[in-house]
Ligand binder design. Structure first.
Ligand code: DGL
Length: 275
């Protein structure tokens, strides 16, 4: 009996110290990883940037699902205790399938329509996201549930993910795209804009410059980190390791500066492996 209890404890202990895995179509999910690392600094984190296959925004749900399976299998082989799909597009296309297929906590994310509807003063909200997210049944469901009492103006930002993938956060071309995509939302009178893709927080300074002080921007990263913490706490899977844990990145990008782009976004030196 005593021996059994000890085994149980050491198994739980072992589980708690396994890493949390986070992935995205590319480097965008690093914006979510930052929130997770800030909230749970003693958790070991794994990050996969599927940059070779970015953007997901114009891929079919089937293609996205097969990428998600490929990456999740890899992360499970690295001993992940939970998976965070740090991508709105992949969540919409694949989260139901993933939850059926895998027996570990899977946290996804969706554009923050509900918080935006609550924050808006004039009842007009804008959503910046990928074509895939805006076309998805999940998004239609979100509008159905939370968009009824507000006017929701959506805008697909074709090409913006690619700018972030190249690390072009401040260029004239990126600013031009940001202007092009924010303008229609401003013309419709949106006073609150949802950053419905995890790449977009990295161009937030440009978006702020374009939309001005009177528009509230809403990013989901912090809420995802809190949701992850809650799920892991409920399953007794939070790390009890008091030591600051490390973060390991993998990318399949073939860009010569892939590592520099990751370090620029992560804002510190990063341990980057190639898939
Ligand atoms: N970062 C992703 C998202 O949150 C997907 C971008 C893309 O690959 O199109 O939607």
């Amino acid at each position: 009996m005593t021996a059994l209890t000890m085994t149980d404890q050491s198994t739980t202990h072992h589980m708690q110290h396994r890493p949390i895995a986070v992935f995205d179509s590319g480097v965008g999910g690093i914006s979510v990883l930052q929130h997770i690392h800030a909230l749970l600094p003693n958790e070991q984190l794994l990050y996969v940037a599927d940059s070779l296959h970015a953007p997901y925004g114009n891929k079919s749900p089937q293609e996205i699902q097969s990428r998600c399976i490929n990456i999740t299998d890899f992360l499970i082989s690295k001993n992940a205790k939970a998976i965070v799909v740090a991508c709105n597009t992949a969540t919409a296309a694949a989260i139901d399938m993933m939850r059926e297929k895998y027996n570990l906590p899977i946290i996804g994310m969706e554009p923050a329509v509900k918080p935006a509807a609550e924050a808006s003063r004039n009842g007009i909200i804008g959503v910046l996201a990928t074509t895939g997210t805006l076309k998805s049944a999940q998004f239609a469901g979100l509008l159905e549930s939370y968009g009824r009492n507000v006017k929701v103006v959506t805008q697909a930002c074709v090409g913006l993910v690619e700018c972030v993938e190249r690390g072009e956060l401040q260029t004239e071309n990126t600013l031009r795209l940001v202007k092009k995509y924010c303008q229609p939302l401003l013309e419709e009178g949106a006073d609150t804009i949802v950053l419905g893709c995890t790449h977009y927080p990295f161009v937030r300074p440009l978006i702020e410059r374009v939309v001005g002080d009177n528009v509230t921007l809403i990013d989901t990263g912090a809420a995802v980190a809190k949701q992850l913490q809650k799920r892991l706490a409920g399953l007794d899977l939070l790390s009890t390791n008091p030591v600051l844990a490390d973060v390991k990145f993998w990318t399949n990008s073939q860009a010569f500066d892939a590592e520099q782009v990751i370090e620029a976004l992560w804002k510190q030196k990063a341990d980057v492996g190639f898939l």
